[in-house]
Design a binder for this molecule. Structure first.
Ligand code: AMP
Length: 427
């Protein structure tokens, strides 16, 4: 393939190098373990979806759909979108494959890249990575509680301390009209002072006005009526029960009646976890309940509600790194196998293979080099030992094990070597 040496990655999209992916994998490993404990199974949906899916699910008036999606016409004219989030896809798949006919709740998790054409900055990218989960087929408050308890466990497992849970209830279709009317009324005298986008939104979707980040508009937002005063009996009781369960389990949170999240599908419970180590992009994760989303995408009326969350892996690993004091070296090999000359290359390759089968991560040094150069390489790779294989060692069926830190060395047979390298344990 002909390439130009000047080609770089697209703005806002970055390469995750081994020192980055080591952290992503650590996070993904913890998440998978915890998802399994809570009985979640993985779903993998396509990164391309019909553009209409997000327009319908996320909402035309949101920043995501209005300004940030990568949407293009396919060769046959079909409008396609690179997914900006995965809840819409998970719910589409839930309906398309009639997962709601399976017994019990459907618990799905996913992980992968999402795409939003936002202004790039630290912690905000145009291709970013999310891990998320959805519980579909029920709307009881204990389901919301379990999801939040699971997130607490994940934060603990990742060593992240000091994340703050922010909680709200954004009501449902039943109480929205009254709240919208109250918002419109409160906003009417202030509208001329607000930015053009929000003047329009005040008419089309007043809840979205609460998303406004323009500093000058904040005093206006702060004085708007609270959604918590407009919840219908069912939403109020749902929220009260969730709060009782959280209080009972000692899960603390801050109530924020202005927090509405940037997607239209949310109903009742909405939450975010914020973290101080992240600077301006301080949302580690967010989520909420979306009863009625399945119906808006074509599910029959008897299909139950749903709740989910998505965490930003890019930000989560920043918090993990901060918690670990910024140390983030990828693991590296346990040992470097060094054939002294080309004649020892085949037995050295065979030794490396056997060690790997025993679970030890090893790297090979090229043969016919000065031993000093190979030892330097081993140290730079972070290996604990070099395994030297010369003509004598091959004849004696032994290996010279050399500890790099101390320089001490010893000829070992392979059983003793394997024991020293901890073969059989994880590499
Ligand atoms: P959302 O899908 O908007 O509810 O966002 C859920 C989480 O994804 C946020 O709390 C962030 O951690 C993360 N996130 C959203 N947008 C971006 C982005 N452009 N870059 C990095 N992380 C993001």
């Amino acid at each position: 393939m002909k390439t130009d040496a000047g080609i770089t990655a697209i703005k806002g999209m970055r390469d995750l190098l081994p020192e980055d992916t080591a952290w992503f994998e650590r996070l993904e490993g913890h998440a998978r373990e915890i998802f399994a404990l809570y009985n979640f199974d993985e779903i993998r949906t396509p990164v391309l979806e019909p553009a209409e899916l997000f327009a319908r699910a996320v909402g035309e008036e949101t920043d995501i759909v209005g300004k940030e999606m990568y949407t293009f016409a396919d060769r046959d004219g079909a409008m396609l979108t690179l997914r900006p989030e995965a809840t819409a896809s998970a719910v589409r798949a839930y309906i398309e494959h009639r997962l709601w006919e399976r017994p019990g709740l459907t618990r799905l998790f996913y992980q992968g890249p999402m795409f939003r054409r936002e202004r790039p900055q630290k912690g905000r990218y145009r291709q970013f990575y999310q891990i998320g989960a959805e519980v579909l087929g029920g709307d009881a408050p204990w389901i919301d509680f379990e999801l939040l308890a699971m997130l607490r466990m994940l934060l603990e497992r990742c060593g992240i301390e000091g994340a703050e849970l922010v909680l709200n209830s954004v009501g449902c279709a039943n109480d929205r009209p009254r709240y919208h009317a109250a918002l419109r009324e409160a906003l009417a005298p202030r509208l001329p002072q607000m930015c053009a986008d929000y003047q329009r939104r005040a008419q089309t979707n007043p809840l979205r006005v609460l998303d406004c980040k323009v500093p000058a508009d904040q005093p206006i937002i702060a004085a708007l009526p609270s959604i918590l005063d407009y919840l219908d009996d069912r939403c109020r009781e749902h929220f009260a029960e969730l709060r009782r369960l959280l209080d009972g389990a000692g899960i603390s949170y801050r109530l924020d009646p202005r927090m509405v999240r940037g997607l239209d599908y949310y109903t009742s419970t909405a939450f975010e976890f914020l973290h101080g180590a992240l600077g301006a992009q301080n949302a580690l994760l967010g989520g909420g309940r979306y009863d009625g989303l399945a119906q808006s995408l074509g599910a029959p009326a008897n299909v139950g509600g749903g709740i989910g969350f998505a965490l930003g892996e890019d930000r989560f690993v920043m918090a993990m790194q901060a918690a670990a004091g910024g140390t983030g070296q990828p693991p590296g090999p346990r040992a470097l196998v060094v054939p002294i000359t080309a004649a020892q290359l085949p037995p050295a390759l065979a030794l490396a293979e056997r060690l790997r089968r025993g679970g030890v991560r090893v790297e090979m040094a090229p043969p016919d080099r000065k031993i000093g150069r190979s030892l330097e390489l081993a140290a730079k790779l972070g290996a604990e030992a070099a395994l030297l294989l010369g003509a004598d060692e091959v004849r004696e069926q032994r290996v010279t094990w050399k500890r790099l830190a101390s320089g001490e060395q010893e000829k070992l047979d392979e059983t003793a070597l394997a024991a020293r390298l901890g073969a059989g344990r994880s590499a």
